[in-house]
Design a binder for this molecule. Structure first.
Ligand code: HEM
Length: 426
């Protein structure tokens, strides 16, 4: 076991870094902690309160990428989206695509992979533009509003509703499930905090959230309606196709796949839009540059994603002893890839704290990088961001904050809960 003190340089001691402490994240990402670790303790042991046993933090881009790619050594099968240490029963019940390795993972992923290619998605652009226009026209009818509530929150879930073939009027319910699950450590989002004893009855549910039960039920109703039909929505594909390994989806496989699709692309895209807008309120030169040179938008979207890093981290579990930067990661230890820290690594990004919409190359790890779990919805998220900001920039000349930005209390999701703005129309 090591701590920041064991760097061997007494001048660089810092013993107070604790990335399991959610309160370190209430004012936004703990950039100083990430920076310190990346420089002085790139493989840092972070103790945790019982019943957990602690985890290794990786903060350098190269290490995050190496671990993300090596699923034989660093497995997702003991849980990828939570630091919680799950017992075999919990693992079995909660297991989804994202917590599966090897051939079964590839087979499950292939069920829907083609639906998320740029080619398949290009058919959605007109729909997305229409949806964006409706969202923006409603929001911009006033000059002051909460950007999260009026613009970012609805848009991604309405896109997913379309992909899943879900009626528009259910969008609010889906949003609330997403909030309750991803925001499972924030009292504003859930009355059953995952880090409290009240969540114990829900220990077998994803995110320890009762919302998962409601989402399962909803997904099952959709499945029953679509089974045996000819629909081309994602639910129909899940219920009417067999993975290429020949093993059909069990009820549980389906439940968790449905739930993953619902939550994975919702909060993440929402927070990316909010973070990008926040950056444009702060770095006005970049806003003006995008007005002058709208053709930069494709490049800018990559910077929006790097800047935002809406998922702070994913976790792996070491399958054998590994030496890294002088530390021994033991078989069974949790290893955390801090995507947010890696996205500010000066070894890869010149002047990493500069928001630069012309940054190329931009090898961010916001969607993972080169590993088997690379975000299935990456192209969809890129398309949503591009369309949203093309439409926004065409309508909005200037934007400023009119109050405090509130962040989600979480060390998993780097989210913005509210962001009051004043806009001047173009
Ligand atoms: C800006 C928005 C998004 C971000 C930041 C994001 C981030 C991520 C990350 C970090 C991973 C894991 C990568 C790894 O372990 O290597 C992931 C996986 C995944 N994402 Fe996204 N995501 C976003 C949008 C979406 C959307 C729109 C969908 C569509 C439904 C989606 C569906 C998934 C799925 C299904 C996986 C699991 C893939 C697998 O295990 O093979 N994501 N995402």
């Amino acid at each position: 076991m090591s701590t920041a003190e064991s760097t061997g340089n007494p001048g660089l001691r810092r013993s107070d870094i604790d990335l399991s402490n959610l309160d370190s994240f209430v004012d936004g990402p703990p950039w100083d902690d990430f920076e310190y670790l990346r420089h002085h303790a790139p493989v840092h042991w972070n103790p945790e309160p019982p019943p957990n046993h602690g985890f290794w933090s990786l903060t350098r881009h190269a290490d995050v990428v190496a671990v993300d790619r090596d699923d034989r050594t660093f497995s997702s099968e003991r849980g990828a989206v939570s630091l919680e240490e799950l017992d075999p029963e919990q693992l079995e019940i909660r297991k989804s695509l994202i917590d599966t390795d090897g051939l079964r993972h590839a087979a499950l992923r292939r069920l829907l992979q083609r639906d998320f290619t740029p080619r398949s998605l290009s058919g959605y652009e007109t729909f997305l533009r229409g949806l964006t226009a409706t969202t923006l026209d409603a929001a911009l009818s006033r000059s002051e509003f909460d950007f999260v509530k009026e613009v970012s929150a609805d848009f991604p879930i309405r896109v997913l509703a379309r992909l899943l073939g879900v009626p528009d009027e259910d969008a609010d319910t889906l949003i609330s499930w997403g909030n309750r699950m991803f925001g499972n450590t924030d009292p504003d989002y859930t009355d059953v905090l995952a880090d409290s004893p009240e969540s114990e009855p829900y220990r077998n549910l994803p995110f320890r959230s009762p919302a998962a039960l409601e989402a399962y039920e909803y997904g099952r109703r959709l499945a029953a309606e679509r089974r045996g039909g000819k629909g081309t929505d994602l639910v129909s594909k899940l219920v009417n196709n067999t993975p290429h390994d020949g093993v059909p989806l069990s009820q549980r496989d389906y439940d968790n796949y449905f739930l993953l699709l619902m939550v994975a692309g919702n909060e993440t895209t929402r927070h990316s839009i909010s973070h990008a807008m926040l950056a444009l309120t702060t770095y006005k030169d970049q806003l003006h540059l995008l007005h002058e040179r709208p053709e930069l938008i494709g490049v800018a979207v990559e910077e929006f994603l790097r800047w935002a890093t809406p998922i702070y981290q994913f976790r792996r579990t070491a399958m054998r002893d590994v030496e890294l930067h002088g530390q021994t990661i033991r078989d069974g230890d949790k290893v955390v890839m801090w995507f947010a820290a890696a996205n500010r690594d000066e070894a890869v990004f010149e002047d990493p704290y500069r928001f630069d919409v012309t940054r190329t190359p931009n090898e961010h790890v916001t969607f993972g990088r080169g590993g088997p779990h690379f975000c299935l919805g990456a192209w969809l998220a890129r398309l949503e961001l591009r369309v949203m900001f093309e439409e926004l920039l065409a309508r909005v000349a200037d934007v400023e904050l009119t109050g405090a930005v509130r962040h989600v209390r979480s060390n998993f999701i780097n989210g913005i809960k509210s962001m009051p703005v004043r806009v001047s129309l173009a």
